[in-house]
Structure formats: C-alpha cells, structure tokens
Design a protein around this ligand. Structure first.
Ligand SMILES: [Zn+2]
Length: 391
C-alpha cells in the first residue's frame, strides 16, 4: 500500500521515515507544516477519536517535495489502521486507511540455554514473543526451576510489515518441558489462556469499570464499514448506563489525564503497572484530578454523553504501551472456568494444538513459518520436507 501510493510520484520528492515525538499531538504536527486544523473537520466522530491515538512511539512516513512542501504522511494508529494526510489541488485531506501486512502462523522449537526470555529474544529475534511467552506461562510454571536443555515449543500468529514483526504475537499454544513434565497453555476463542484442564491461567484481571455492565458496542480492530464504505475501528468497549452512574477505576494506578479531549469529551486516563493505561470517556462529571493515585474500584467520575456521543454511555479503552487492545481480554466478568459448549470447544482446540506441538516436539522439527516457507526462518534443506507434508 505504502509504496504503491508513493511510487505514483515521479518527480524529485523524497521519502522520510522518522520516529514520532512522544507526546506530540496531530494538531501541533499540522501547525508545523502550516496546514489548517480545518482538515480535521472532515473526520466523523469515530475517526476523530481514533486520531488521538496517532503517533505514540511509532515510526511514520512522509513524502516531501524538493521545495520542502509536505505531500503525504502516513501515521499508524494502532496496528491495523493509519491516518493518510495528503495534499491535493485544493488543499490537504485526511483519511483513515488500513495498514497492509502479512500474517503467518509460526512454529518455534528451542532448547533453554540461559532463560526462556533470553533464548526466545536471541534465537527467534522477537522480544515481544519472549514477553508474551513469559506472561502466559508464569502462572503455571515456576520459572526458577527451569534448567538448561528444558524445551520450549510455541505456535503463534505474527503480523509482518516490511520484513519487521508488527504488533504483539498471538500465541495459540505454548509448551515448556521442564523436569520431564510438559506444561501447556492454550489460548481460547475468548482471548484468555487456559491450562489442559480448562482452568483460566492469568488471574490478575482488571475490575469492571461499572458495577453493572451491559456491552452496547464491542472492541474492533479494522473492518470495512459496508454502509460508509470506509475503514473503521472501535478502540474500546462501550457500556450502556444511565447518566450519573459512578465510573470505577479498573485497577490501581495514577491519573495521567483528567479533562476534555476532542471527541472523547470529559475523559480520564489512568496509568497502571506493566505499561497498561485505561481510558474512561464521555463522562458527565470528573471526580479525580491529574496526579491522583487511585485504587481499583474507586469512583473516578460519572457516566455522561460529553464529546461526540449519541447518548449516555461509558467508552472504556485499554492500552498496552500505547497500543489499543481489547479491554475484554483483561476485565474479569466472572470467576468460573469453562462450562458446557465453551468447554467442548476448548477441548477440541486443545486436541488440535496438542497434536501439532507433540509432532514438532517428537520429530525435533526446527522452527519454521507456516504458509510462507520461503522466509528466512526456514532452513533451506528443510523446505522440501515441509512441502512434502503440505506445510
Ligand atoms: Zn466507544
């Protein structure tokens, strides 16, 4: 997408690839390039909210004419969408378009040398995979007991863009063999991780931001809106509630923003540990100021309909290191494990993934990428082997 857009220019313009300055707003960026803020008026209410996520520690692209005039800018918004600012005969325009990427299923098998985190980082060259592996396994395995030559197997989906991993890898199943015992974790369709028995593993969930929750609009990554014929995303979960309903902090943390922010209206942002930030938008009244330390469950404000909102509701957003993730993955709604249909579906997934992992493990198959066997992570001599097996 990117190069297609840029290659249509044949004159002496240059492409610049830079790091977005942390904390810089799009408004300031427009000002720097003498572009009227009016360009933002063409955005609808959802896009106006998304645009506030522009540029948190992202690299972005610019096309600059030989006379220094900005022709195009591509600014990532999360992992799926980007703002495309471009110059036309009549002035600048802005639109939200998808980021193109390739997604493959990867399989990794390795032996512990130093520690799972260090070894995954060094051998697979994917730090986020190392982080995710530790996160999902730490509740079922005592990492202090891990020894040299213990074995790790992971099946995961990874998005790639321009040869670089994009976004957090999506681990489907991970296995660590330690002291002769195979410890498995499986990701279920609800986004949570379970052990072989179907017990949920990650215990430290956030609390519900309202006492009683009713979801009116779920989190979505990019999707093509069939009526508007445009790419859209909803980076948060909407909960219907009456005006004045108390809003509760989802976890302990520090208020880092309390005030008015564009389409979000009256909004509070709370910084939690491990790089998580929660956002509570469209409030009628804010109860805590910036800099306040809050406890999980503490009242921070009240439901309203400020900003670009069609009725009283809470827009609840969750970010990890600046990137939007589905809040439902982290919010605890109930305590029980899987039952009935959910349990049956889980057991089917479990069987399928256990077979894959055991096959790799027993045959000692080196790491490879499914669906795209030409990539660098494949040992050339193994290519035929994979192809013969329909991989
Ligand atoms: Zn919303």
């Amino acid at each position: 997408m990117l190069f297609l857009v840029f290659s249509t220019f044949t004159f002496a313009a240059k492409v610049q690839y830079s790091m977005w300055e942390k904390g810089l707003g799009l408004e300031q960026y427009l000002e720097k390039h003498n572009i009227s803020q009016d360009v933002l008026k063409s955005l609808d209410k959802d896009d106006e909210k998304l645009i506030h996520e522009v540029g948190y520690s992202y690299r972005y692209f610019e096309l600059i004419a030989s006379n220094g005039v900005l022709l195009q800018t591509l600014l990532p918004i999360g992992d799926e969408l980007q703002a495309h600012l471009y110059r036309t005969h009549t002035g600048y325009k802005i639109e939200i378009i998808p980021i193109s990427y390739q997604q493959d299923t990867h399989i990794a098998l390795l032996e512990v040398d130093k520690s799972p985190h260090t070894d995954i980082s060094n051998k697979i060259k994917n730090k986020r995979l190392a982080g995710e592996f530790t996160r999902v396994l730490k509740h079922s395995v005592d990492f202090r007991g891990i020894q040299k030559k213990d074995k790790i197997a992971i099946v995961y989906d990874q998005k790639m863009r321009l040869g670089q991993p994009l976004s957090i890898p999506d681990i489907k199943v991970a296995m660590l063999e330690s002291h002769g015992h195979k410890n498995y974790v499986f990701k279920h369709t609800d986004g949570k991780y379970y052990n072989e028995k179907g017990n949920v593993l990650v215990q430290k969930y956030m609390q519900k931001p309202l006492k009683h929750v009713r979801i009116t609009s779920p989190f979505t990554n990019r999707r093509f809106h069939p009526v508007l014929k445009r790419w859209k995303a909803h980076h948060g979960t909407d909960f219907g509630a009456r005006r004045g309903t108390p809003i509760l902090a989802a976890a302990d943390g520090e208020v880092i923003f309390s005030g008015w922010k564009g389409g979000y209206g009256k909004v509070i942002k709370i910084q939690h540990k491990d790089g998580y930030v929660t956002l509570y938008a469209h409030q009628s009244r804010l109860k805590v100021n910036k800099g306040t330390s809050v406890k999980a469950g503490q009242i921070i404000g009240y439901v309203g309909s400020t900003g670009r909102s069609t009725g009283p509701h809470l827009h609840f957003g969750l970010y990890k290191n600046g990137r939007a993730i589905d809040p439902m993955r982290m919010v605890k709604f109930s305590t029980e494990g899987l039952t009935g249909k959910g349990k049956k579906a889980f057991l089917n997934r479990k069987t399928k993934y256990t077979q894959i992992i055991n096959k790799i493990f027993e045959d000692n198959i080196p790491s490879y990428v499914w669906n795209s066997v030409d990539t660098v992570s494949v040992v050339p001599s193994m290519k035929k082997y994979y192809q013969n097996r329909g991989w």
